[in-house]
Design a protein around this ligand. Structure first.
Ligand SMILES: Nc1ncnc2c1ncn2[C@@H]1O[C@H](COP(=O)(O)OP(=O)(O)OP(=O)(O)O)[C@@H](O)[C@H]1O
Length: 266
């Protein structure tokens, strides 16, 4: 097998959702409410995949199952070849640690009372590293996101939104994951900063030869961060393929609608 064929994440007939209390019922009785239906998806080593869909289409729900925090109602979720929900929780966490995760909103994702140094050390806690190795790893991650190490003494509120996002990206790569997973990486940022963050992510992905999975509602983000796009509508994959081809010759009506509303908005 070529290295490029190594499957990092695989979703096999995955149906996902939440347990909710039906309308009009006050009791504790809950029912399954599926929101993502029968999804199949492979992400191979070094590949950049973007899932595009509008708000409520199930993008974050899909990420939760990949991150090991939402067991599927049906189907299997494989990370690095292991069916993670067939493993005991401790083993599952060991595997999902190989995922670097950048959450949706940098402003809400960092505790204002916790120094950046502590934020950066946390993913390395279980790695049995010496203080020197920890320092080297953190400095390397900061270098990759183009932040000075003096930032380690700062608190999140002393940083701009763009700097917070760089800290979150540095935290996601500091433990040398196999895949970087990003939830709407630019939506909370000023337009002027968005392009910088996109360029930075592409540089990091190339340098570390990581697989990268991004979810977004923004076609521009998909164009720049995806070799391959997956279009999701109401919890179902309606189309997928090479980004350039899907966006220039969409075959599904929903994709055509997304593209025309995007063109109208620019
Ligand atoms: N904890 C939850 N309990 C019940 N329903 C939920 C929960 N989280 C999300 N949902 C529902 O699941 C559906 C998909 O939500 P999800 O957050 O995955 O969408 P999304 O595509 O990521 O949207 P957004 O970009 O707005 O975050 C929505 O109908 C949402 O209301």
């Amino acid at each position: 097998m070529r290295l490029a064929d190594l499957i990092i994440v695989k979703l096999e007939n995955v149906t996902l959702g939440y347990y909710t209390i039906p309308r009009g019922w006050k009791s504790l009785f809950k029912v399954k409410q599926p929101v993502v239906f029968n999804v199949n998806l492979n992400i191979v080593d070094g590949e950049k995949v973007v899932i595009i869909g509008e708000s409520g289409s199930g993008k974050t729900t899909l990420l939760k199952t990949i991150l090991g925090i939402l067991p599927p109602f049906e189907g299997r979720v494989y990370v690095l070849g292991k069916s993670i929900y067939d493993l005991p929780a401790k083993e599952r966490r060991k595997i999902t640690r190989q995922i670097g995760y950048v959450p949706q909103d940098p402003y809400k994702s960092l505790n204002p009372r916790v120094k950046i140094e502590t934020v950066m050390k946390e993913p390395l806690e279980k790695d049995n590293l010496t203080d020197r190795e920890i320092k080297e790893r953190i400095n390397e991650a900061l270098r990759l996101v183009q932040l000075h190490e003096k930032i380690l003494d700062y608190y999140p509120m002393q940083l701009s939104g763009g700097m917070m996002q760089r800290v979150l990206i540095a935290r996601a790569i500091v433990h040398e994951p196999e895949i970087l997973v990003l939830d709407e990486p630019t939506s909370a940022l000023d337009v002027s900063i968005q392009a910088q963050v996109i360029n930075l992510l592409n540089q990091i992905q190339r340098k570390l030869e990581l697989a990268m999975l991004t979810v977004t509602h923004d076609l521009a983000v998909a164009q720049y961060l995806g070799d391959r796009v997956v279009i999701i509508h109401k919890g179902r994959i309606v189309e997928e393929g090479e980004t350039r081809i899907v966006l220039s010759q969409p075959s599904h009506e929903y994709t055509r609608l997304l593209i025309s509303s995007y063109r109208a908005s620019i």
